[in-house]
Ligand binder design. Structure first.
Ligand code: PEP
Length: 254
């Protein structure tokens, strides 16, 4: 059932795009309706090298800063990695965890997703935990199983109180960057399964508080229908988040 208390979230994942100047230009081009938006809450996840510039250019806005990945340790000899403390220090409030591109190209597993989710919560970063099936899994009718196992493993050893603060993103891998969106009713069905799994790992009341986003080729002309679905509480937007006009149109979906 839809719950009016869940404030929707629109999160932009810039992936490995934009330099410091392009980041500044993006924020300058955003209209006040986006800069001061609180419903939906707007989160922008630039590459690590743009986090500082993004934070500066977000000044005085309600926009939230997110990272695209992190290590689970506080510090140490982990060349090339970034810790949750470093993300807090630079002004992040959110972090993407287990994006399918990290799972596919960088060896991210359900185990590392769980460690990172625990570490993010420990340092008061809101994790946006990405789950979703590959095309061959959907064709083999394994979607529900895949998503249930990913959610169960992500939530191991996490208390109900903390689970309530997590954001999930259902991102069917075959819909990411392909221009193919998952049918809204089907995306809603899978988001409902994610909510049921969260309830099994905590309780119904907790699951009703958890925000579940849809991601996969979200565009200005698809967002309204996606947002009308009772289990879809927002969107994780890749390609369309790079352009201030299309991102603003998605944020202003109403
Ligand atoms: C993503 O990167 O999480 C994503 C959903 O990308 P796109 O919107 O480009 O499909």
């Amino acid at each position: 059932m839809s719950n009016q208390k869940r404030v929707p979230v629109i999160a932009g994942n810039w992936k490995m795009y934009k330099n410091v100047n392009e980041t500044r230009d993006f924020f300058r081009a955003l209209p006040d309706s986006v800069r001061s938006c609180t419903d939906p809450m707007v989160v922008i996840c630039p590459p690590f090298t743009d986090l500082h510039s993004a934070k500066e250019n977000m000044g005085g806005s309600t926009l939230q800063l997110g990272a695209q990945n992190m290590h689970w340790q506080d510090e140490g000899a982990f060349t090339g990695e970034i810790s949750p403390l470093m993300l807090r220090d630079i002004g992040c409030s959110h972090v993407l965890i287990g994006h399918s591109e990290r799972r596919q190209y960088f060896g991210e597993t359900d185990g590392t997703v769980n460690r990172k989710t625990l570490a993010a919560l420990q340092w008061q970063l809101i994790p946006i935990v990405c789950v979703g099936e590959k095309l061959e899994e959907r064709e083999a009718k394994l979607t529900d199983n895949v998503v249930i196992v990913q959610v169960q493993r992500a939530l191991l050893n996490i208390s109900k109180e903390l689970i309530a603060t997590i954001i999930f993103a259902y991102e069917p891998v075959w819909a990411i960057g392909t221009g193919k969106t998952c049918d809204s009713a089907e995306a809603n069905r899978v988001c409902g399964i994610i909510r049921e799994t969260v309830a099994m790992m905590s309780d119904k009341e907790t699951a009703e508080q958890v925000r579940i986003l849809y991601g996969g080729s979200v565009k200005p002309d698809s967002i309204k229908e996606q947002m009308s679905q009772p289990h879809i509480d927002g969107a994780l937007v890749g390609g369309a988040s790079l352009d201030p006009k299309s991102f603003s149109a998605i944020v202003n979906f109403r």
